[in-house]
Design a protein around this ligand. Sequence first.
Ligand SMILES: *Cc1c(COP(=O)(O)O)cnc(C)c1O
Length: 360
Amino acid sequence: MARVYNFSAGPAVLPEEVLKEAAAEMLDYNGTGMSVMEMSHRSKAYQQIIDDAEKDLRELMNIPDNYKVLFLQGGASQQFAMIPMNLMKNKKAAYIITGQWAKKAYQEAQKYGDAKAVASSADKTFSYIPDCSDLDIDDDTDYVYICENNTIYGTKYKELPNTKGKILVSDVSSCFLSEPVDVTKYGVIYGGVQKNIGPAGVVIVIIREDLITEDVLPGTPTMLQYKTHADNGSMYNTPPCYGIYICGKVFKWIKKQGGLEAMKERNEKKAKILYDFLDSSKLFKGTVVPKDRSLMNVPFVTGNEELDAKFVKEAKEAGFENLKGHRTVGGMRASIYNAMPIEGVEKLVEFMKKFEAENM
Ligand SMILES: *Cc1c(COP(=O)(O)O)cnc(C)c1O
């Protein structure tokens, strides 16, 4: 069995330990004689799995009691609609456009009310985070929306926007559990889990309790109301059982690594190896303004499309998978999520040095 170094942006690398544990439990979970996939979500064994997952996540992120944790379906993209449907009481929201995911959320919100783009970095291909210290936010704005780590463009907010007292809603899909966060600064934190936590399809929503109400936009389907899921412990209907079980294992794995402080330290160390090389290389260069660089997604280019393609091809042959940049931006991108070991990044940089020597 040969495992590759998988730099995919998502679905992405998971901790090997977690995959091995899941494999060992595939036919018989904890003496139940069945796989978690085959188990009733109303069983005692499954209730324990989802309860433990929530408890461990709360512990990891230090989530206050007045926030609910919901395990939902539909991926991150479903939240693009759920957020306005549930939160647009005045039908007004402010969006900060830092890339494709923020833009998609913004466009979706326009279906439900007056979604206003209050800042954008589109002028420089989303290579930076705009100044958000004094945004034009109306008094009756329901919330301010950000995409905190921009998976495609490789930028990350190092400081949260000044929302002028409005609720902050944040898509953290690609930086979930990569470093400590102060949950109290947000109204809603949500993310698809397939970047840093588990299998695609699960989305985790951490939402302040007072934002969960019956006062939603007319016609909002039952399944798209936060209240439905909050009132039923994320089990109004059959949840994505197996995905939640894997998320729970990843939470335990992160706890074992030392929690979010330790993840941050490790992630900074990994990213530094790659960024330091990019800053010193004569062939490769990073595409993001240094102060806004993501710890998770690192886009880079050679400046020559043919050479980029050659690099991606030769890297693949050498066991470094999924380094091709997003189809809309080209170049390369190395996603170095929590589960990417330091050796993976060190070996990638070694390979890049060799490629540079051969192609300069
Ligand atoms: C991948 C991604 C999404 C979309 O996730 P889906 O689960 O495919 O809907 C949304 N936002 C960000 C920041 C992402 O990285």
